[in-house]
Write a protein that binds this ligand. Structure first.
Ligand code: 13P
Length: 227
């Protein structure tokens, strides 16, 4: 069976208390994933303030879910007010998501800045999920997973077609040599199987569908139930 990589991106949602409640809800329903974990690598991309709480709660519940930061500084430690460095993130998370279209659009993150972020993340020992909106956007060296997320499909309820997503993912693989490339944009429990059934697509990157732990579990279960 194909191994599936799924990263749930909470974006700018959930207080620390709400994040703890998510883990409790996930644990309660995780029986649905019994016997399915071997086929799955799953990550939750949580707000910085919640990372430690989520990590501790997942560890205490013995749940094989990794924690990802949604950001990392392009600089080393020092006089960069407000920034969280790779070294700080690495204490509580193994992954970081870099290059999301929302970071590019609202925070002016350019390919150059994003390349620096990848370098700092890798130097700190973090694994990187790097998002691109198409197969023409540059992917810096060293990223572990590439996420193809067409901007028009994010949060709109309109997905790319599985066939087109597969073709873009194939192009990204051949251009960049990336071993793991996933699709994001309005993925739900109801459509996830159509994406992971595609030969080149290694998993998915849901946003909205990861916010409710029960919905997220249904999505994970549907992804690995695919024949
Ligand atoms: P939605 O699943 O809410 O469309 O978000 C996708 C996304 O941007 C994940 O990073």
């Amino acid at each position: 069976m194909k191994h599936i990589f799924i990263a749930g991106n909470w974006k700018s949602n959930k207080t620390i208390g709400e994040s703890a409640a998510w883990v409790a809800g996930f644990k309660e329903k995780s029986i649905a994933l019994e016997g399915k974990w071997e086929a799955l690598t799953t990550v939750v991309c949580v707000p910085s303030l919640s990372m430690q709480t989520v990590k501790e709660a997942l560890t205490a519940a013995a749940l094989p879910v990794a924690v990802a930061s949604q950001n990392v500084s392009a600089y080393d430690e020092g006089a960069y007010t407000g920034e969280v460095t790779g070294k700080m993130v690495k204490e509580v998370a193994d992954w970081v998501i870099i290059g999301h279209s929302e970071r590019r659009k609202y925070f002016g993150e350019t390919d150059e800045i994003l390349k620096n972020k990848v370098e700092k993340a890798k130097a700190a020992g973090l694994k990187v999920i790097y998002c691109v909106p198409d197969d023409a956007t540059v992917v810096p060296p060293g990223v572990d997973v590439v996420g193809y997320e067409p901007v028009w499909a994010i949060g709109t309820g309109k997905t790319d077609s599985p066939e087109n997503a597969n073709s873009v993912v194939s192009n990204i693989k051949s251009k960049t040599g990336a071993a793991i490339v996933i699709y994001g944009g309005s993925v739900t429990a109801d459509n996830v199987a159509t994406f992971v059934a595609q030969p080149a697509i290694d998993g998915v990157l849901p946003g909205g569908a990861s916010l409710d732990p029960e919905k997220y579990i249904r999505l994970l279960a549907a992804a690995v139930s695919n024949p």
